[in-house]
Design a binder for this molecule. Structure first.
Ligand code: PLP
Length: 380
């Protein structure tokens, strides 16, 4: 791959910070490309392919219905469009102009998040419930009015602010005859989450295809109730709708199925144990660095085992953000999680680390932290 990067004049990086879009996402499994090449030589009707692929994904996962989207983000746009226009051809053609259509989406103030503006793309507008400090089910219910189209919920990390539980939010939505729209983009693994939220009653649930699933970065899945999935599909490309720019190609569609096949075939316990061993190797390397505490963490903040290196009181080196920049400027160039609300320090995510890179990451992290804490300037 160095020939194309040489031609373009850019340097590759070791992706030890997880499937972050700005650092080129994930490593699609080889099966994805085999399926895509095969599909590239075949022509189909796109409506047939999308419906059949949605059915197949629903069957593989074990949920009532599914459709394919452009990343989890594309799914958020469709959730909103489905809630507002449903299957009414006139309304679908009209979006993002919402005159005469209920188009308010209720969101807890404490759950506002970086991607929530995507719900506004088809004309949805937020009505915030509660405060930064939290929200009650009653406050959420009281926010419902004649123009409400749905209730938004996001699965965040363990450290998220206080909010109405998903169970309660689903109850509130259904008691008003509204859909519960869920962003679960990065809530994988555990694989059990693929069915969990739909089984709880969430009507439309978005997942990324380009994070832990290791499909293409540009793909995602919308899972849920058959009626709402059909509404989402009607509002999606290739139809000439507000989401027409969110086209998924026939190759991407079969690529996602291949990625899911491989993702679902993995023994999760074995996978976790293997990632744990790898991350322990990094933790062991930095055990002696003054001022840091390192451990392997695996919880709602870190959905795969991570090597988490925290800077304590006696840390003498630069901030997490500066350290992260220094790693990106170094040779080899390494992307680590840094400047992250979950940890005052840095973290290594095993997902994208390739054979042979683990030892390089461990040694570079150790030597860089030793230099940093001894007051040496790191070039960033
Ligand atoms: C990653 C993420 C997204 C975006 O997912 P894409 O598949 O990259 O479009 C949306 N919401 C949350 C909470 C995420 O973590």
């Amino acid at each position: 791959m160095s020939s194309i990067l040489d031609r373009l004049g850019i340097r590759p990086l070791i992706a030890a910070g997880g499937p972050n879009t700005n650092h080129s996402g994930t490593r699609p499994r080889p099966e994805v490309f085999t399926a895509m090449i095969e599909m590239s030589e075949t022509f189909v009707r796109m409506d047939e392919l999308l419906i059949a692929a949605g059915k197949e994904i629903a069957r593989m996962i074990g949920v009532p219905a599914a459709t394919i989207t452009t990343g989890a983000s594309g799914g958020l746009v469709l959730q909103s469009a489905a809630a507002i226009a449903k299957d009414d051809p006139k309304a679908i053609a009209q979006l993002p102009i919402t005159d005469g259509l209920p188009h308010e989406l209720i969101i807890q103030r404490s759950q506002r998040f970086g991607y929530d503006h995507l719900y506004m793309v088809p004309g949805g507008r937020f009505v915030e419930a509660g405060t930064e400090e939290g929200c009650t089910a009653k406050e959420m219910s009281d926010a419902v009015g004649p123009d409400t189209a749905g209730i938004i919920y996001v699965i965040t990390s363990g450290r998220a602010g206080p909010s109405v539980s998903l169970e309660e939010a689903i109850d509130v939505a259904h008691s008003h005859g509204l859909p519960l729209l869920l962003d679960a983009a990065s809530a994988l693994p555990p694989r059990a989450n693929l069915t969990k939220y739909v089984n709880m009653g969430a009507d439309l649930v978005s997942f990324s295809g380009g994070k832990a699933v290791r499909g293409l970065q540009s793909t995602g899945m919308l899972l849920g109730d058959p009626k709402w999935i059909e509404y989402a599909r009607l509002n999606n490309a290739p139809n000439s709708t507000v989401a027409r720019a969110q086209k998924v190609s026939k190759e991407e569609i079969v690529g996602l199925i291949a990625a899911l096949d491989a993702f679902l075939a993995v023994d999760e316990e074995e996978e976790t144990a293997s990632y744990r061993r790898d991350m322990q190797l990094i933790v062991d390397q930095v055990a002696e660095v003054p001022g840091v505490t390192a451990s392997v963490k695996h919880d709602d903040d870190f959905r795969l085992p991570h090597a988490v290196i925290e800077f304590g009181e006696s840390w003498r080196g630069p901030s997490s953000i500066e350290i992260g920049k220094a790693f990106l400027a170094g040779e080899p160039r390494i992307y680590l999680r840094h400047g992250d609300s979950r940890v005052n320090g840095i973290a290594v995510d095993p997902l994208n680390i390739q054979p042979g890179e683990l030892e390089i990451v461990a040694e570079t992290v150790r030597s860089t932290l030793v230099r940093a804490t001894s007051g040496e300037r790191l070039n960033a």
